[in-house]
Design a binder for this molecule. Structure first.
Ligand code: F6P
Length: 281
């Protein structure tokens, strides 16, 4: 919008992309959009191009921009939750989370072969600066012995006690999932601290990084993307604005944008946190 880089699209413009990750629009975080002058320029271009509504797909950064833009200028805006972090209020799931979690599980399964064959202790770092959703879900689905999350402090001492009981129960492999934003400073730091206390462990670190942000979307994400895109257009046509469309209890529901931005989410259910500790014994 800022560069007036518009291209008219129709149904055929999205041919053969349902199986792809990434974005054909090449949209990304944009510093200029944080300034009033940048947004004014964007609006002038949008108006001149005859664009009469916007659909913004992204996480809280995208939504904050969309919210300010729709307040400053009279243009209808509907948002779609798209982030692997799954950390938005108003939708049980965000686009990309399921695919990213499946990628992590596939990696854990492969790492487990080496961990089990050679009695090694692996620290696998997954994405999530402020959100432990990928770590918790992939950790449970991948059978991890311990999971370190940004939302829940687990000191090195507590982790070491967990590892000690795993060793006592004669586990042949141990996998610890470390969310990138957890308090101990990431997988390398955690591995170093643990090694200092238990030098008999053969420790290894794997950082999954941007592997988690690409690849062919899961069927769940494809269906959810289709449902949310369809709903976003329907709501715009019905005259709605400043809302997010989301999935709640397998139904598409809308939430006012302000509420999405102002309400804190905690998507790590207490049940799952408790279960994680029991299952890892
Ligand atoms: O916000 C989503 C997220 O995938 C985080 O989990 C991760 O920390 C970050 O984006 C990575 O962003 P970038 O690709 O800019 O390094």
């Amino acid at each position: 919008m800022i560069d007036a880089n518009f291209e008219e699209m129709n149904s055929r413009s999205v041919s053969n992309i349902i199986q792809l990750g990434g974005t054909i629009l090449k949209t990304a975080r944009c510093e200029a959009f944080r300034t009033a002058a940048g947004r004014q320029q964007a609006y002038d271009h949008v108006k001149a191009a005859g664009i009469d509504a916007l659909i913004a797909i992204g996480g809280d950064g995208t939504f904050s921009g969309a919210e300010i833009f729709s307040r400053e200028f009279t243009i209808p805006v509907v948002c779609i939750p798209g982030t692997i972090d799954n950390d938005l209020y108003g939708s049980d799931f965000t686009l990309g989370f399921d695919t990213a979690t499946n990628t992590v599980i596939e990696a854990i399964d492969k790492i487990r072969d080496t961990a089990a064959s050679h009695d090694r202790l692996f620290f696998v770092e997954v994405m999530g600066r402020d959100s432990g959703c990928i770590a918790l879900n992939a950790g449970i689905a991948g059978g991890a012995e311990a999971i370190l999350l940004p939302e829940k402090a687990t000191g090195i001492q507590a982790l070491c006690s967990q590892l000690e009981s795993a060793a006592k129960s004669k586990k042949s492999s141990t996998i610890v999932i470390v969310a990138e934003g957890e308090e101990n400073g990431g997988a390398y730091n955690v591995a170093k601290e643990v090694k200092q206390r238990f030098d008999f462990y053969d420790t290894k670190v794997t950082i999954l990084g941007h592997l988690q942000r690409g690849g062919s979307p899961s069927s769940f994400d494809r269906v959810l993307a289709s449902r949310l895109g369809y709903a976003a257009v329907r709501h715009l046509l019905a005259g709605q604005t400043r809302i997010m469309v989301g999935l709640r209890g397998n139904e598409i529901k809308t939430t006012p944008l302000e509420e999405v931005l102002n309400k804190k989410v905690f998507k790590l259910s207490e049940d799952m946190l408790e279960m994680m500790e029991v299952l890892s014994i």
